[in-house]
Design a protein around this ligand. Structure first.
Ligand code: SIN
Length: 291
């Protein structure tokens, strides 16, 4: 187990995720601390920094160390920092913002590198966010399935832009932006680690390129069910002022909607900064490359 000098890291499961303590993200980070955070980010894919008292600008500044911050195409941002937006569930609202595990904004040509999510108001327990490790989802497939998938691209669609805000009392549409779609490889290579990961989710991935929806559905459903198995993931239990950071290229996440009993009575306000990514790099198998 690797030890760090500038942060305390407590892994969450064998598959992914770590809690991080003993660092104050509101301060300037010295290069050694920053390089440990980067190392932990690539090792655990999702980090949750506890007890961070951050202004909106400090969340922006920390997130922007990874790359430019991009606005959500369909949800209105903060008045002063429009790139940051809030995901708000009022007491009594029982919708989850996401119905499926997903990677954010897969319908952009350059889907995000990652995001930070800051807990402003949370129920005393519950309303976790669940994650799954898409390196492991790929690595636990058979070799024949890996070869098949490496030859495929898939079409990812946003769906109706209004669905991102119109069911929620406190969320507003950004503008009348049109629905979007983008074609991406089903297996991508991480630009830093060089590892291959599955890049598919029923939330946005509608069909394989060149196939009909009906032809694509059975395999897309298998990949989804395979990816979200409990042993491939972890859950983040929120506390007020926790800040999560995830690698959107290689994990899916989902807001668990256990809005029952006490949990349903509480407001949940999460604030997200989304970090610009790159066009996913395809992992074509050597056999296909040679052909
Ligand atoms: C998100 O999908 O970015 C939000 C997840 C959450 O609200 O837990």
């Amino acid at each position: 187990m690797k030890t760090y000098k500038h942060i305390t890291v407590k892994p969450i499961t064998g598959a992914m995720g770590a809690e991080v303590f003993d660092i104050d993200l509101s301060r300037d980070l010295d290069p050694a601390a920053w390089s440990e955070i980067e190392d932990a980010f690539h090792r655990f894919l999702v980090l949750i920094f506890r007890d961070q008292d951050l202004t909106d600008q400090q969340q922006y500044d920390f997130s922007a160390r990874f790359g430019p911050i991009i606005p959500h195409p369909y949800v209105k941002g903060l008045p002063d920092i429009p790139e940051i937006f809030q995901i708000i569930r009022e007491p009594g609202e029982s919708y989850s913002w996401d119905s499926y595990y997903h990677s954010d904004l897969m319908f952009l040509e350059r889907p995000p590198l990652g995001a930070t999510l800051y807990a402003k108001e949370v129920p005393p327990y519950g309303a976790d966010t669940a994650f799954t490790n898409m390196y492991l989802a790929y690595e636990t497939l058979s070799d024949a399935m890996k070869d098949l998938l490496e030859g495929l691209d898939a079409e990812n669609e946003s769906g109706d832009p209004r669905k991102y805000s119109n069911r929620f009392q406190s969320m507003e549409e950004l503008a009348k932006n049109d629905a979007m779609s983008a074609t991406h490889p089903v297996v991508r290579v991480h630009p830093v680690t060089g590892r291959k990961a599955l890049f598919s989710s029923l939330a946005f991935t509608k069909r394989f390129k060149g196939m009909t929806d009906k032809e694509s559905a059975p395999l897309l459903e298998f990949l989804y069910d395979h990816s979200i198995q409990a042993h491939l993931g972890c859950r983040l239990a929120w506390q007020k002022h926790s800040l999560a950071l995830w690698d959107n290229r290689v994990c899916l996440h989902h807001a668990v909607s256990d809005y029952f009993g006490e949990v349903a009575k509480h407001r949940r306000v999460m604030q997200r900064a989304t970090i610009e990514g790159e066009a996913p790099l395809a992992a074509r198998s050597s056999a296909q490359k040679a052909a």
